[in-house]
Write a protein that binds this ligand. Structure first.
Ligand SMILES: C[S@@+](CC[C@H](N)C(=O)[O-])C[C@H]1O[C@@H](n2cnc3c(N)ncnc32)[C@H](O)[C@@H]1O
Ligand SMILES: [Zn+2]
Length: 280
């Protein structure tokens, strides 16, 4: 059983099918996209970029890669893999998109887990070229694409399952690229997520937003589960990496960041909410 790169890509400029050439992807209208030495392809048109270097920075990606590969969020990844196994029927080949894949940790572990029992194809898309570069260096089973959830370079009705983990869902696009009956697995921070770290870096915590299980347009709500556990971090480096891979790094005051940097150890609550929606 193998997971191999997903190939039903669409031209980001006109939506027509992309064909895999020698070292590039091209469409019938003469648009050509080179495959980088590391194996990823850049499908984010310059005119759709809101900044020169969009998405997570090189430093954030490196911090996330160290933190995730150390296994601190393995239980989240296990929960995602179990949920994917549960929504797929039988052992038919399946196609996966990790939308906002970061450096690819969850996609790699999904390929490890599902590749044992079924064939499949996978694609990871992220708007950060640093994230996609890091993902492509660590795994050759997925297609790795610099692109945006707002304009997915994927042909319509092609995917069985979309992961959107701590990401930025664009449901209209997810609906377009999923097969009828396909699923979105969306993971977001829950109310208690990293509370102990937030208590250190902010003068006061913002009130929690109420849970919302409403299905987006065109989807049916399937289920919601919490992944919650206590996570001891026993080094300054792990605490710094956790802070650097979240938006809290930018939001915290200089004083808050100094307090966090002085810690030798900290036990944080991990609280993630995994919701599943099905394309109606
Ligand atoms: C908090 S990180 C999560 C990364 C990964 N899913 C994980 O959990 O390790 C959010 C990611 O979304 C990416 N991103 C931001 N806007 C995006 C967009 N419009 N389309 C695709 N990815 C986007 C960022 O570059 C970043 O890698
Ligand atoms: Zn084209």
């Amino acid at each position: 059983m193998t997971i191999s790169p997903f190939a039903a890509l669409a031209c980001p400029l006109d939506g027509s099918p992309l064909v895999h050439g020698e070292r590039s992807w091209y469409c019938e209208n003469g648009h050509n996209f080179d495959v980088a030495r590391q194996g990823y392809v850049h499908l984010l048109p310059v005119q759709k970029k809101r900044s020169l270097d969009p998405g997570d920075s090189k430093e954030m990606v490196a911090a996330r890669q160290r933190f995730l590969n150390a296994g601190y969020y393995e239980r989240i990844s296990d929960a995602v893999n179990l949920a994917v196994g549960a929504v797929l029927q039988g052992n038919e080949p399946a196609s996966f998109l990790d939308a906002g894949c970061g450096e690819g940790y969850y996609a790699r572990r999904l390929a490890d887990a599902l590749g044992q029992s079924r064939d499949g194809t996978g694609i990871g898309v992220d708007i950060s070229k640093w994230a996609v570069l890091a993902a492509a260096k660590q795994d050759k089973r997925f297609s790795w694409v610099v692109g945006s959830n707002a304009n997915l370079p994927v042909l319509p009705d092609e995917l069985d399952c979309i992961l959107c983990l701590f990401g930025f869902p664009v449901y209209g696009e997810f609906h377009r690229v999923l097969k009828p009956g396909g699923h979105v697995l969306q993971l977001d921070a829950g109310p208690e997520h990293l509370r102990e770290l937030r208590e250190i870096i902010y003068p006061e915590l913002k009130p929690e937003r109420p849970d919302n299980d409403d299905a987006p347009d065109g989807f049916r709500f399937v289920s919601s589960e919490n992944v919650r556990y206590s996570l001891p971090l026993n080094s300054q480096e792990a605490i710094a990496d956790l802070l650097a891979m979240t938006p809290h790094l930018y939001r915290a005051s200089a004083e808050g960041r100094e307090k966090a940097a002085a810690l030798q150890s900290l036990t944080v609550t991990v609280d993630a909410v995994l919701r599943i929606f099905e394309k109606a």
